[in-house]
Design a protein around this ligand. Structure first.
Ligand SMILES: O=C(O)c1cc(=O)[nH]c(=O)n1[C@@H]1O[C@H](COP(=O)(O)O)[C@@H](O)[C@H]1O
Length: 234
Protein backbone atom coordinates (compact mmCIF):
# COMPACT_ATOMS: atom_id res chain seq x y z
CA UNK A 1 0.00 0.00 0.00
CA UNK A 2 1.37 3.42 -0.93
CA UNK A 3 2.08 5.46 2.21
CA UNK A 4 1.47 8.82 0.56
CA UNK A 5 -2.00 7.70 -0.47
CA UNK A 6 -2.73 6.36 3.01
CA UNK A 7 -1.74 9.65 4.54
CA UNK A 8 -4.74 11.19 2.84
CA UNK A 9 -6.86 10.03 5.78
CA UNK A 10 -7.14 12.54 8.61
CA UNK A 11 -8.72 10.83 11.61
CA UNK A 12 -10.89 13.16 13.69
CA UNK A 13 -9.95 12.28 17.26
CA UNK A 14 -13.20 13.41 18.84
CA UNK A 15 -12.88 11.64 22.21
CA UNK A 16 -13.67 12.96 25.70
CA UNK A 17 -11.14 10.59 27.27
CA UNK A 18 -7.46 11.16 26.57
CA UNK A 19 -6.40 7.64 27.52
CA UNK A 20 -8.92 6.00 25.21
CA UNK A 21 -7.73 8.29 22.41
CA UNK A 22 -4.08 7.46 23.08
CA UNK A 23 -4.79 3.71 23.28
CA UNK A 24 -6.32 3.98 19.82
CA UNK A 25 -3.52 6.17 18.44
CA UNK A 26 -0.85 3.79 19.69
CA UNK A 27 -2.30 1.05 17.45
CA UNK A 28 -1.72 3.28 14.41
CA UNK A 29 1.33 4.08 12.37
CA UNK A 30 2.06 7.65 11.25
CA UNK A 31 2.53 6.07 7.81
CA UNK A 32 -1.13 5.13 7.56
CA UNK A 33 -2.93 8.32 8.56
CA UNK A 34 -2.73 11.80 10.00
CA UNK A 35 -4.65 12.97 13.09
CA UNK A 36 -7.06 15.83 13.64
CA UNK A 37 -7.55 17.45 17.03
CA UNK A 38 -10.65 19.59 17.21
CA UNK A 39 -12.54 21.75 19.66
CA UNK A 40 -13.57 18.95 22.05
CA UNK A 41 -10.17 17.38 22.71
CA UNK A 42 -8.31 20.69 22.58
CA UNK A 43 -10.68 22.20 25.15
CA UNK A 44 -10.28 19.20 27.46
CA UNK A 45 -6.59 18.44 27.02
CA UNK A 46 -4.94 21.45 25.36
CA UNK A 47 -1.55 21.84 23.67
CA UNK A 48 0.06 19.09 25.81
CA UNK A 49 -2.12 16.49 24.08
CA UNK A 50 -1.29 17.88 20.63
CA UNK A 51 2.43 17.78 21.46
CA UNK A 52 2.13 14.18 22.64
CA UNK A 53 0.70 13.17 19.25
CA UNK A 54 3.45 15.06 17.43
CA UNK A 55 6.07 13.35 19.63
CA UNK A 56 4.57 9.99 18.58
CA UNK A 57 5.45 10.99 15.01
CA UNK A 58 2.02 12.03 13.70
CA UNK A 59 1.17 15.02 11.55
CA UNK A 60 -1.55 16.92 13.40
CA UNK A 61 -4.30 19.03 11.89
CA UNK A 62 -5.38 21.51 14.58
CA UNK A 63 -9.04 22.09 13.74
CA UNK A 64 -10.09 25.07 15.84
CA UNK A 65 -11.74 26.96 12.97
CA UNK A 66 -10.59 30.38 14.09
CA UNK A 67 -12.97 33.25 13.31
CA UNK A 68 -12.22 36.59 14.96
CA UNK A 69 -10.69 39.99 14.19
CA UNK A 70 -7.59 39.73 11.97
CA UNK A 71 -5.06 40.51 14.73
CA UNK A 72 -6.46 37.84 17.07
CA UNK A 73 -6.54 35.17 14.38
CA UNK A 74 -3.01 36.01 13.20
CA UNK A 75 -1.80 35.48 16.78
CA UNK A 76 -3.78 32.26 17.18
CA UNK A 77 -2.33 30.66 14.03
CA UNK A 78 1.12 31.78 15.18
CA UNK A 79 0.55 29.88 18.44
CA UNK A 80 -0.53 26.83 16.41
CA UNK A 81 2.64 27.02 14.31
CA UNK A 82 4.76 27.19 17.47
CA UNK A 83 3.03 24.00 18.66
CA UNK A 84 4.38 22.31 15.53
CA UNK A 85 1.10 21.35 13.87
CA UNK A 86 0.98 20.32 10.20
CA UNK A 87 -2.29 22.06 9.33
CA UNK A 88 -4.53 24.68 10.95
CA UNK A 89 -7.83 26.22 9.86
CA UNK A 90 -9.90 29.40 10.00
CA UNK A 91 -13.45 30.18 8.84
CA UNK A 92 -13.46 31.79 5.38
CA UNK A 93 -16.50 33.80 6.50
CA UNK A 94 -14.11 35.67 8.83
CA UNK A 95 -13.21 37.59 5.67
CA UNK A 96 -10.37 38.33 3.29
CA UNK A 97 -8.40 40.52 5.68
CA UNK A 98 -8.55 37.97 8.49
CA UNK A 99 -7.36 35.14 6.21
CA UNK A 100 -4.65 37.25 4.60
CA UNK A 101 -3.23 38.48 7.94
CA UNK A 102 -3.18 34.90 9.22
CA UNK A 103 -1.24 33.76 6.15
CA UNK A 104 1.23 36.64 6.51
CA UNK A 105 1.74 35.79 10.18
CA UNK A 106 2.87 32.28 9.19
CA UNK A 107 5.57 33.52 6.79
CA UNK A 108 8.05 33.83 9.67
CA UNK A 109 8.02 30.00 9.96
CA UNK A 110 9.25 29.48 6.38
CA UNK A 111 8.94 25.88 5.22
CA UNK A 112 8.00 24.84 8.78
CA UNK A 113 4.73 26.84 8.56
CA UNK A 114 1.58 24.72 8.85
CA UNK A 115 -0.79 24.55 5.89
CA UNK A 116 -3.47 27.20 6.36
CA UNK A 117 -6.93 26.09 5.27
CA UNK A 118 -10.29 27.89 5.27
CA UNK A 119 -13.61 26.27 6.16
CA UNK A 120 -16.20 27.25 3.53
CA UNK A 121 -19.67 25.79 4.17
CA UNK A 122 -19.78 23.18 6.94
CA UNK A 123 -20.63 19.69 5.72
CA UNK A 124 -23.49 19.61 8.24
CA UNK A 125 -25.24 22.40 6.31
CA UNK A 126 -27.60 22.20 3.35
CA UNK A 127 -29.51 24.74 1.26
CA UNK A 128 -32.25 25.10 3.90
CA UNK A 129 -29.73 25.88 6.65
CA UNK A 130 -27.97 28.46 4.43
CA UNK A 131 -31.31 30.16 3.77
CA UNK A 132 -31.86 30.43 7.53
CA UNK A 133 -28.61 32.43 7.63
CA UNK A 134 -29.88 34.73 4.89
CA UNK A 135 -27.67 33.14 2.20
CA UNK A 136 -29.63 32.56 -1.00
CA UNK A 137 -26.85 30.75 -2.89
CA UNK A 138 -26.76 26.92 -3.10
CA UNK A 139 -24.11 25.27 -0.89
CA UNK A 140 -21.95 24.68 -3.98
CA UNK A 141 -22.18 28.32 -5.12
CA UNK A 142 -21.34 29.56 -1.64
CA UNK A 143 -18.41 27.11 -1.33
CA UNK A 144 -16.99 28.29 -4.68
CA UNK A 145 -17.44 31.93 -3.68
CA UNK A 146 -15.60 31.49 -0.37
CA UNK A 147 -12.97 29.22 -1.92
CA UNK A 148 -12.03 31.93 -4.42
CA UNK A 149 -11.75 34.43 -1.59
CA UNK A 150 -9.51 32.05 0.38
CA UNK A 151 -7.27 31.51 -2.64
CA UNK A 152 -7.03 35.27 -3.24
CA UNK A 153 -6.03 35.70 0.42
CA UNK A 154 -3.12 33.30 -0.16
CA UNK A 155 -4.41 30.27 1.72
CA UNK A 156 -3.26 26.75 0.89
CA UNK A 157 -6.71 25.25 0.49
CA UNK A 158 -10.17 24.86 1.92
CA UNK A 159 -12.43 22.55 3.86
CA UNK A 160 -15.53 21.67 1.83
CA UNK A 161 -17.61 18.61 1.11
CA UNK A 162 -16.40 16.07 -1.43
CA UNK A 163 -19.58 16.82 -3.38
CA UNK A 164 -17.99 20.12 -4.42
CA UNK A 165 -14.49 18.74 -5.05
CA UNK A 166 -14.79 18.08 -8.78
CA UNK A 167 -15.88 21.58 -9.74
CA UNK A 168 -13.41 23.19 -7.30
CA UNK A 169 -10.42 21.38 -8.80
CA UNK A 170 -11.39 22.81 -12.18
CA UNK A 171 -12.04 26.31 -10.76
CA UNK A 172 -9.03 26.61 -8.45
CA UNK A 173 -6.39 24.29 -9.84
CA UNK A 174 -4.58 21.22 -8.66
CA UNK A 175 -2.31 22.79 -6.04
CA UNK A 176 -5.15 24.27 -3.95
CA UNK A 177 -5.82 21.60 -1.31
CA UNK A 178 -9.32 20.22 -0.77
CA UNK A 179 -9.90 18.82 2.71
CA UNK A 180 -13.22 16.99 2.86
CA UNK A 181 -15.09 15.85 5.98
CA UNK A 182 -18.58 14.32 5.69
CA UNK A 183 -17.01 11.04 4.60
CA UNK A 184 -19.15 7.99 5.16
CA UNK A 185 -18.02 4.51 4.13
CA UNK A 186 -20.88 2.45 2.64
CA UNK A 187 -23.36 1.46 5.35
CA UNK A 188 -22.09 3.75 8.15
CA UNK A 189 -24.29 6.14 10.13
CA UNK A 190 -24.72 9.57 8.53
CA UNK A 191 -25.28 11.34 11.89
CA UNK A 192 -25.42 15.13 11.63
CA UNK A 193 -23.58 15.29 8.28
CA UNK A 194 -25.61 16.40 5.24
CA UNK A 195 -23.25 16.64 2.25
CA UNK A 196 -21.57 13.22 2.28
CA UNK A 197 -19.61 10.86 0.03
CA UNK A 198 -17.83 7.52 0.44
CA UNK A 199 -14.00 7.57 0.70
CA UNK A 200 -13.57 6.25 -2.84
CA UNK A 201 -16.08 8.71 -4.33
CA UNK A 202 -14.29 11.56 -2.55
CA UNK A 203 -10.85 10.58 -3.86
CA UNK A 204 -12.24 10.09 -7.37
CA UNK A 205 -13.84 13.56 -7.17
CA UNK A 206 -10.46 15.14 -6.38
CA UNK A 207 -10.31 15.44 -2.57
CA UNK A 208 -6.72 15.75 -1.34
CA UNK A 209 -7.47 14.76 2.27
CA UNK A 210 -10.43 12.94 3.80
CA UNK A 211 -11.47 13.80 7.37
CA UNK A 212 -13.11 10.78 8.99
CA UNK A 213 -14.25 10.65 12.61
CA UNK A 214 -17.11 8.56 13.99
CA UNK A 215 -17.16 5.87 11.28
CA UNK A 216 -13.68 4.98 12.59
CA UNK A 217 -13.58 6.09 16.22
CA UNK A 218 -17.04 4.82 17.22
CA UNK A 219 -16.66 1.47 15.53
CA UNK A 220 -15.93 -1.72 17.49
CA UNK A 221 -12.69 -2.15 15.56
CA UNK A 222 -11.34 1.29 14.56
CA UNK A 223 -8.06 -0.04 13.15
CA UNK A 224 -9.87 -2.46 10.86
CA UNK A 225 -12.16 0.30 9.57
CA UNK A 226 -9.13 2.53 8.87
CA UNK A 227 -7.38 -0.30 7.03
CA UNK A 228 -10.54 -1.01 5.01
CA UNK A 229 -10.84 2.70 4.09
CA UNK A 230 -7.18 2.83 3.07
CA UNK A 231 -7.65 -0.26 0.92
CA UNK A 232 -10.77 1.21 -0.71
CA UNK A 233 -8.89 4.30 -1.93
CA UNK A 234 -5.83 2.46 -3.19
O1 LIG B 1 -13.07 21.47 9.76
C1 LIG B 1 -13.47 20.31 9.89
O2 LIG B 1 -12.70 19.39 10.13
C2 LIG B 1 -14.90 20.05 9.63
C3 LIG B 1 -15.53 20.90 8.75
C4 LIG B 1 -16.80 20.58 8.25
O3 LIG B 1 -17.36 21.27 7.39
N1 LIG B 1 -17.41 19.47 8.71
C5 LIG B 1 -16.84 18.63 9.65
O4 LIG B 1 -17.45 17.61 9.99
N2 LIG B 1 -15.61 18.96 10.16
C6 LIG B 1 -15.00 18.12 11.23
O5 LIG B 1 -14.75 16.83 10.69
C7 LIG B 1 -15.05 15.81 11.65
C8 LIG B 1 -16.06 14.89 11.05
O6 LIG B 1 -16.32 13.86 11.94
P1 LIG B 1 -17.35 12.70 11.62
O7 LIG B 1 -18.65 13.32 11.20
O8 LIG B 1 -17.44 11.99 12.93
O9 LIG B 1 -16.72 11.87 10.52
C9 LIG B 1 -15.51 16.51 12.91
O10 LIG B 1 -14.40 16.56 13.79
C10 LIG B 1 -15.89 17.91 12.48
O11 LIG B 1 -15.60 18.88 13.45
Amino acid sequence: MSFEHSKKILIALDYDDQQIALNFVKQLSPDTCRLKVGKEMFTYFGPAFVKELIDLGFDVFLDLKFHDIPNTVAKAVTAAAKMGVWMVNVHASGGFEMMHKAKLALEQFGDKAPLLIAVTVLTSMDEKELKRLGIEKSPQEQVIYLARLAKEAGLDGIVCSAQEAKVLKVELGDKFKLVTPGIRPEGSDVGDQKRIMTPKQAIDAGSDYLVIGRPITKSNDPVKVLNDVNRSIN
